[in-house]
Design a protein around this ligand. Structure first.
Ligand code: URA
Length: 177
């Protein structure tokens, strides 16, 4: 299949962002702004997190709170700037201080799968258990067992690692990450 040109990618992604902003389900649960995701469109690397936090929901930008700053530092330490990758989360709204349920992760993936298809990254870094569950809903992967191990599927590389919020809280996880 022919690859999308940059302009085609941009247009298609804008359409998905619009779909997210008009999504009845996401709007029903959201607190503050929806956060569709952002970054480089012609990137080979996409990061998938969990759900926006309170800081992200105030601005509509992903990973700008404490864990986002930590992620930015981690990227820098391996020679990457956040502008060079695409950052998003399976769930596009801040759910408040509660755990996400499987239905909302599944729903969020309807939007996120379209973003993945358009950006077409070679590598998807899964930040934490929610990302792992979102991208591999039929597997019973345990992050504690498979973190750092490459999974190859349908021409893409999936890399499971920890969520930066967990790495910030727990020195052991920080070291592993
Ligand atoms: N954590 C996430 O998973 N996503 C964000 O955008 C911010 C924090």
């Amino acid at each position: 299949m022919r690859e999308n040109t940059y302009e085609e990618k941009k247009k298609k992604l804008e359409k998905i962002t619009e779909e997210i902003e008009n999504c009845e389900i996401c709007n029903r649960y959201k607190i503050g702004h929806l956060v569709a995701g952002e970054g480089k469109l012609n990137t080979k690397i996409m990061f998938v997190g969990e759900a926006p936090g309170p800081n992200e929901s105030k601005t509509g930008h992903p990973f700008i709170g404490r864990s986002g700053k930590f992620l930015t530092k981690l990227l820098f330490s391996i020679g990457l700037r956040r502008e060079e990758v695409f950052l998003t989360s399976p769930v596009k709204y801040y759910p408040g201080k509660r755990a996400l349920n499987n239905e909302e992760i599944k729903h969020g993936m309807l939007h996120t799968s379209k973003q993945i298809e358009i950006i077409d990254p070679k590598l998807i870094v899964m930040l934490g258990n929610v990302a792992l569950k979102a991208l591999f809903p039929n597997e019973r992967f345990k992050l504690s067992k498979i973190h750092g191990r490459v999974i190859k599927k349908e021409g893409r590389i999936y890399f499971p690692t920890f969520h930066p919020a967990a790495a910030m809280r727990f020195p052991k996880i920080r070291k592993l990450m």
